[in-house]
Design a protein around this ligand. Sequence first.
Ligand SMILES: Cc1cc2nc3c(=O)[nH]c(=O)nc-3n(C[C@H](O)[C@H](O)[C@H](O)COP(=O)(O)OP(=O)(O)OC[C@H]3O[C@@H](n4cnc5c(N)ncnc54)[C@H](O)[C@@H]3O)c2cc1C
Length: 297
Amino acid sequence: MLSSTITRSRPTATMAKLAGGMLVAGLATKYTIGVAHAESPAAPPRSQVFGRGPALVSLVLEDAEMVNHNTRRLRFRFQDKEAASGLPLTSALLTYSWPKDSWLPVIRPYTPITTADETGHLDLLVKQYPNGKSSTHLHSLKPGHTLFFVAPLSGHQWQPNSYKHVTLIAGGAGITPIYQLAQGILNNPDDKTAVTVVFGVNSDRDVLFKKEFDEYEQRFPGRFRAVYTVSSPVPGSPHRKGHVNEALLKEVTPAPGPGNMVFVSGPPPMETALVGSRREPGILEKYGYRKEQVYKF
Ligand SMILES: Cc1cc2nc3c(=O)[nH]c(=O)nc-3n(C[C@H](O)[C@H](O)[C@H](O)COP(=O)(O)OP(=O)(O)OC[C@H]3O[C@@H](n4cnc5c(N)ncnc54)[C@H](O)[C@@H]3O)c2cc1C
């Protein structure tokens, strides 16, 4: 199964496929989901592409587009166009690919930005890093090429109405799980959780999902809000300037207290600044959040 889905051969193909197969099977066993569909308001779709345990599916790229200077949205087609991903909030997918000029395959997780019950396809949003093996490979894929998905990875197992308010803090490409969670909460008519997204980026052109978040603000006034802060904004930028810091959180989010929860997803320096390290407390703890009120993706 595994070997039939790998699109290129290498001199060391047999050994590497074997090693890759063992590695992905190990990772899949370690991280795969105990599926809980508590957040899904809709009737279960006819078939689900990802269930419990390893997935081991190869999906064809249907189309792709650049959404900004370094980020590409890729749509992968399901073989059964009535099927849905079935992934619970919050999940990522472990991918396995073999970049050009690389002697070894790479295994990286990516977070679908389409919902669990969307049929026929799933979308990934991938930022390309300079010399990034997997991200450069994904940016090079053309419609008709395939990507191998090894297994779903579980994040926080969301239960609707567990909190009154959630603050979702994202940095850069870390927006994907934050968007997935915001979307899952707001699209579930039974979930009344209020949501504030705080999105920190380097420059104005790195802001993603502005249109989608604007629509949520229109649909859920007083319940959903997105705040953008840009480290190096252009003159006249509509966004705030600076990093996500305590002053900003105090201004735009409710004070820490029972019923409030924070989710953080960003580059490591941002996560450390917010969540802290062994040596010093982070911004969230200084603000008053207890450890169990903060989830880091
Ligand atoms: C659970 C999870 C979900 C994820 N979901 C997504 C997603 O939806 N979209 C997405 O684009 N990425 C996502 N990522 C990150 C992704 O898995 C890869 O790490 C990323 O694409 C870089 O891989 P690479 O092989 O291209 O880079 P590598 O070859 O591993 O690294 C190349 C260079 O890029 C730098 N680099 C790599 N990652 C980062 C980073 N996060 N921040 C700053 N510099 C970095 C490295 O320092 C290195 O210099 C997710 C990660 C996790 C853990």
